[in-house]
Design a protein around this ligand. Structure first.
Ligand code: HEC
Length: 116
């Protein structure tokens, strides 16, 4: 009886550690996302994501304020789709061909870190 309990605890500990390891190794990096943002998005969305770029005056509709509640409340999957496919009828083009999935993960992590 005693021995069985010991094995049971060992199995629980191993199963418990598995997902933590996966989460850490697959984690998006907001610092890397910031670099991608500076290179590809800042021109329009502005240095702090508020849509306050010089370009904004020339675009209709203007670039979205990524810090706004209307953006931040959209689920990751929806933001990812917009970043990959763009939004028709606006200056927002799709980045599926120029950015990797990992870069888009990093970008999403950076966008989530933006404060209004
Ligand atoms: C040429 C200017 C331009 C560039 C560059 C640009 N965007 Fe946009 N973005 C826009 C415009 C315009 C919209 C649409 C605003 C609207 O629909 O009112 C938009 C919309 C978005 C939205 C949707 C926001 C929402 O709440 O619906 C996201 C997310 C976004 N952009 C992220 C990015 C990211 C990330 C990059 C860089 C990879 C990027 N954009 C590059 C102009 C740009």
């Amino acid at each position: 009886m005693r021995r069985r309990n010991g094995v049971g605890i060992a199995v629980v500990v191993l199963l418990g550690l598995g997902p933590i390891h996966v989460a850490v190794s697959g984690q998006a990096n907001p610092e890397a996302g910031k670099k991608v943002y500076a290179a590809s998005c800042q021109n329009c969305h502005g240095p702090t994501g508020k849509g306050d770029s010089e370009m904004a005056a020339y675009l209709a509709p203007p670039p979205a304020d990524l810090t706004a509640k209307s953006t931040q409340t959209k689920p990751d999957a929806q933001l990812r789709k917009i970043i990959m496919e763009g939004r028709s009828g606006t200056a927002m083009t799709g980045y599926a061909a120029s950015l990797s999935e990992a870069q888009i993960d990093d970008l999403l992590a950076y966008i989530r870190s933006l404060k209004p």
